[in-house]
Design a protein around this ligand. Structure first.
Ligand SMILES: *Cc1c(COP(=O)(O)O)cnc(C)c1O
Length: 479
């Protein structure tokens, strides 16, 4: 009986050997992966920003999931042809659509190291070094926005979960029974609606606060709404301001909003997923004045610190609120306790087991140095002003308001026909051409084009190319 079992086990062990490549095989696989990455990066400067979907099916793996392993070269080739190429090239210097980021190479190496050591970053007791990096990194982010030492935060998968986490902390702190009112402008990101819905506050009284001529929250309108609710016996719960809206990059007047929130006892949350981290550079910090007075802030290092997708951050000014909302008493873990490295990420977020995210942020900050990040951000702000100034010189463009941050929302004024339709077609022309990627939005019904300059790879010649692509497209459509 025992012998049979031993025989069976040794057979299984032989059959699973492919899961543990030996030194030579590891060398072969990793040099293949590195060569693949290098070839990809060599193409980045000139590759189109938009490639056809048909490329997804330019090759097939047949059967898609085979019992026997394939030759690694074949698998990597498949990824290059059918995954890396089709669709948007978010790594391109000419990708200026939505909110870009670029994807730092150092972060890819950080992910590799995090996956190899597989450190358990949920609890300090399991990996004090990993949790120390998580905490050092969130404390650094807290410093960047000017938060005090008692702030706490955690790295999330992105801005949506960061906003959700903040809304849950705000709910537990200020709206445990429900019924409190929520205030935001029509430019609040739709993930805020999701966050309210998931946190059981989707039916809270909502006040849509008017904006000024530059699409920033009107302080007067907010005060009026707060006053009216208070007079009607409705408790102001949560004010959600934007530090950089997705549509136009507008920064709400954070300082004045903070004062109103104090006066009316509301929780002040800032969605800074796009713009909050511009606080790292001098120009940005001035624009974001008052962000340090928010009760909570959502950030997205995968945008404004150029990381590959998969890293947001939430910070809560009084860290106890985050701990109170998310520290669960998992008895089998708790006795191990926390250590002097600080709170465990699992006590500050809905996640338990998680990706060791800090390394992909910490590594580039260490290796490239902070000044490179500050310069890159300042360059993006200047490039947005440059793009705006260039459009201003061209007769038929309405360049819109001077950008607060690095998004320019603009329109082309066609000689005839419906301008909304024309702008939509102009965007499609530029996108299909594939040289420069821009995006569009509707602002109060008007179709508006957007140029969002945020990739660390985007430099002045790329912005000039964007102007050239628009002029080419407009000339073609004007016939
Ligand atoms: C990107 C963004 C979000 C959503 O963040 P994800 O990382 O995409 O989940 C929320 N708010 C703003 C202002 C954003 O720019």
């Amino acid at each position: 009986m025992l012998d049979d079992l031993k025989l069976q086990i040794s057979g299984l062990r032989a059959a699973m050997a492919a899961l543990e490549p030996d030194g030579e095989k590891r060398e072969e696989l990793s040099s293949r992966a590195l060569a693949h990455a290098a070839a990809y990066l060599d193409e980045v400067p000139d590759a189109p920003t938009n490639r056809p979907w048909a490329e997804v099916f330019s090759r097939r793996l047949d059967p898609e999931f085979a019992e026997e392993g394939r030759d690694a070269a074949e698998v990597f080739d498949y990824v290059a042809a059918c995954v890396d190429r089709p669709g948007f090239a978010t790594t391109s210097p000419r990708f200026m659509a939505y909110i870009p980021g670029g994807g730092l190479f150092h972060s890819a190496l950080g992910d590799f190291l995090a996956a190899v050591s597989n450190k358990y970053s949920g609890f300090a007791s399991a990996s004090p070094g990993a949790v120390r990096l998580e905490n050092a990194t969130t404390q650094w982010l807290a410093n960047v926005i000017g938060y005090p030492a008692e702030a706490a935060g955690t790295l999330t998968s992105g801005g949506s979960i960061a906003n959700l986490t903040a809304v849950v902390a705000a709910r537990d702190a200020k709206d445990p029974e429900g019924g409190g009112a929520v205030y935001a402008t029509r430019f609040a990101h739709h993930c805020v609606d999701k966050a309210l819905h998931i946190s059981g506050r989707g039916k809270s009284p909502r006040r849509m606060i008017a904006t000024d001529e530059r699409y920033r929250m009107s302080v007067e309108a907010l005060e009026e709404a707060l006053e009216q609710d208070q007079a009607a016996g409705i408790r102001p719960w949560l004010v959600i301001a934007s530090a950089g809206t997705v549509d136009t990059g507008a920064v709400d007047p954070l300082d004045n909003i903070a004062s109103l929130c104090r006066r009316y006892g509301a929780w002040f949350h800032v969605d800074g997923a796009y713009g909050g981290l511009f606080a790292l550079c001098d120009d940005g910090r001035r624009l974001l004045s008052g962000i340090d007075r928010a009760d909570s802030v959502a950030l997205d290092p995968h945008k404004t610190l150029f990381l590959p997708y998969g890293t947001g951050a939430v910070l809560v000014r009084d860290g106890r609120h985050l701990l109170e909302a998310f520290s669960a008493s998992a008895e089998y873990i708790r006795p191990l306790g926390d250590s002097e490295v600080g709170p465990s990420p699992a006590d500050l977020s809905p996640e338990l087991t998680r990706h060791f995210r800090a390394l992909r942020l910490w590594l580039p900050l260490q290796i490239a140095g902070l000044s490179a990040f500050r310069a890159a951000q300042a360059e993006k702000l200047a490039l947005a002003r440059y793009f705006h100034a260039r459009l201003k010189e061209i007769d038929r463009f309405d360049p819109g308001p001077t950008p607060d941050l690095s998004v320019v929302a603009f329109r082309y004024r066609p000689t005839s026909g419906d301008p909304d339709d024309f702008n939509e077609r102009l965007l499609r022309h530029v996108q299909e051409e594939g040289r420069v990627m821009l995006s569009g939005t509707r602002i109060d019904g008007r179709y508006t084009l957007r140029c969002a300059i945020l990739s660390f790879r985007t430099h002045i010649e790329d912005v000039d190319e964007a102007v050239a692509a628009l002029l080419r497209g407009a000339a073609r459509l004007e016939g």
